[in-house]
Design a protein around this ligand. Structure first.
Ligand code: CDP
Length: 131
């Protein structure tokens, strides 16, 4: 059977990257992540990401490019990440998070990212610096 997929967005706006602090479960609470969640049956990765960002942040967003690679979360579950552009709405921590921060490239190391998000965060920041 193929791996299940967690999709996450490197949401970039005005030269900054959006970081979201998890409120649950207890072992992850307080760590920062790229917002997202599990892909559901019948969804593409992009569709799942649009849905997750709507549910978690209350925004309409457009996946732009997949960041190459995928990162194992646990056996049978992998993380895939896309760069994302906001279409409408101001992100707020509606679900799963208790704080959001917009990080300039030089601030990207200021938060305690989940280990598995770090390679995609580094690539997103590299692209922000180039833009
Ligand atoms: O809300 P849903 O069950 O769809 O997903 P979630 O609880 O947000 O994420 C599922 C799993 O993916 C959790 O174990 C998270 O730790 C992990 N995850 C991650 O490692 N990095 C992200 N950027 C998003 C989720």
């Amino acid at each position: 059977m193929s791996d299940s997929v967690v999709v996450a967005g490197a949401v970039c706006d005005a030269g900054r990257l959006l970081a979201a602090r998890r409120s649950a479960p207890p072992e992850l609470a307080g760590r920062w992540e790229l917002p997202g969640g599990k892909r559901e049956p019948g969804e593409s990765g992009e569709q799942a990401l649009v849905r997750e960002l709507r549910e978690e942040l209350g925004v309409e967003a457009e996946p732009l490019e997949r960041i190459p690679g995928e990162w194992p979360l646990k056996p049978g579950l992998v993380l895939r990440v896309w760069t994302v552009r906001l279409l409408s709405g101001e992100p707020s921590p509606l679900e799963d998070h208790d704080e959001l921060r917009w990080l300039a490239p030089d601030e990207a190391d200021d938060v305690d990212w989940l280990d598995q998000d770090r390679p995609a965060v580094a690539e997103a920041v590299r692209r922000l610096r180039e833009a």
